[in-house]
Design a protein around this ligand. Structure first.
Ligand code: HEC
Ligand code: HEC
Length: 241
C-alpha cells in the first residue's frame, strides 16, 4: 500500500469514529448552538446579573439572602420561563424587587440565559398543566411536614438573624415564602411538584417522593394534594416580613 493510499484509509478510519460521536452530541437533550448571538446575550446577562442580582444571590449564584441559583436540582426543574417570570414579578413579600418595572424584556431574557447556562445536568421531566389533587388532604400534610420551615400560611422562614440562604450555614437556611404573589405567579404546578419529588440537594429541602432520599416518603397522589393546597394559599403581603 502506497503512502497516499494509507493516508486516505487512515482518514476514513478516523472519520468513522468522529462522525458517530458528533452525531450523538448533537442529539443530546441539552445541546444547543451557542453562536455569536447567544454569546452576546450571555455576556450582557452576566453583566446585568452582577449589577442587579449578585448582591442577594452571590457572584456565582451560590446564594446569600436570596436563594442559591446554581444548584443542579433547581436548574433541572426550573424552566427559563420560570426564571424570567421570577425576575419580572420578584418576591415582593421577601425583598426581591419586581424587575419587570425596572428592566427591559431583552435584559430579563439575557439574565435568564446567563442563569440557565449554569445548568450542566439534563433537565428533568416536569408535568405540564394543572396538577389535580385534594387541597384538604394536602393541607394536613402541609401542616404536619412543611409549615415548620415554610410557615403556617406559607409566609416563609425568618429572614433576619442569619436567616439567609447561604449553603455553608445550613442552620441559617430560611425556607422561601410559598404564598408570595411573585412565587405564585411564576411557578407552574409541575415545577412545585417536581421540587417536592426531587428536593434541592445540599439544602434542608429534601425529596418527598417514596424511594427518594428523604426521611418522609409520600406517594405521588399525596404530593398532588400538597400542590393543590399550595395553590389555595392567600397571598402574603409585603408588610408581613
Ligand atoms: C427543613 C425545612 C424544610 C421543610 C420541612 C420543607 N422545606 Fe421546602 N424548602 C426549604 C428550603 C430551605 C428551600 C429552599 C431550597 C433552595 O435553596 O433551593 C425550600 C424550597 C421549597 C420550594 C421551592 C420554592 C421556590 O421558591 O422555588 C417548594 C415549592 C417547597 N420547598 C415546598 C415544600 C413543601 C410543600 C414541603 C412539605 C412537604 C416542604 N417544602 C418542606 C425548607 C424546607
Ligand atoms: C434584594 C435582594 C434580591 C435581589 C436584588 C434579587 N433577588 Fe432573587 N430572590 C431574593 C429572595 C429573598 C428570594 C427567595 C424568596 C423567599 O425567600 O421567599 C429570591 C428568589 C429568587 C429566585 C427563585 C429561586 C428558586 O429557587 O425558585 C430566582 C430565580 C431569583 N430570585 C432570581 C433573581 C435574579 C435573576 C435577580 C436579578 C435580576 C434577583 N433575583 C435579584 C432576593 C433578591
Amino acid at each position: 500500500m502506497g503512502l497516499k493510499r494509507f493516508k486516505t484509509v487512515a482518514l476514513i478510519v478516523a472519520f468513522s469514529f468522529v462522525l458517530p460521536v458528533s452525531a450523538a452530541l448533537a442529539g443530546a437533550p441539552n445541546t444547543f448552538t451557542r453562536d455569536t448571538r447567544w454569546n452576546d446575550t450571555y455576556s450582557k446577562g452576566m453583566k446585568l446579573f452582577k449589577e442587579r442580582c449578585a448582591v442577594c444571590h452571590g457572584e456565582n449564584g451560590e446564594g446569600k439572602i436570596g436563594l442559591p441559583l446554581n444548584l443542579q436540582s433547581f436548574l433541572t426543574v426550573a424552566s427559563k420561563d420560570y426564571i424570567k417570570k421570577t425576575i419580572v414579578y420578584g418576591r415582593p413579600s421577601r425583598g426581591m424587587p419586581e424587575f419587570g418595572k425596572l428592566l427591559k424584556p431583552e435584559e430579563i431574557d439575557a439574565i435568564a440565559t446567563y442563569v440557565k447556562a449554569w445548568q450542566y445536568e439534563p433537565s428533568k421531566a416536569v408535568e405540564e398543566g394543572v396538577v389535580v389533587g385534594d387541597p384538604f388532604e394536602g393541607a394536613k400534610w402541609y401542616k404536619g411536614i412543611c409549615a415548620n420551615c415554610h410557615g403556617r400560611k406559607g409566609e416563609g422562614g425568618p429572614q433576619v438573624g442569619g436567616g439567609g440562604h447561604v449553603i455553608a450555614s445550613f442552620a441559617g437556611f430560611s425556607a422561601p415564602a410559598l404564598a408570595d404573589p411573585g412565587f405564585q405567579k411564576s411557578a407552574t404546578d409541575g415545577f412545585i411538584k417536581a421540587t417536592l419529588m426531587y428536593g434541592r440537594i445540599g439544602t434542608p429541602m429534601s425529596s418527598y417522593l417514596k424511594g427518594g432520599q428523604g426521611t418522609v416518603e409520600l406517594t405521588e397522589e399525596d404530593i398532588n394534594d400538597i400542590v393543590a393546597y399550595i395553590r389555595t394559599m392567600p397571598p402574603v403581603k409585603a408588610a408581613s416580613k
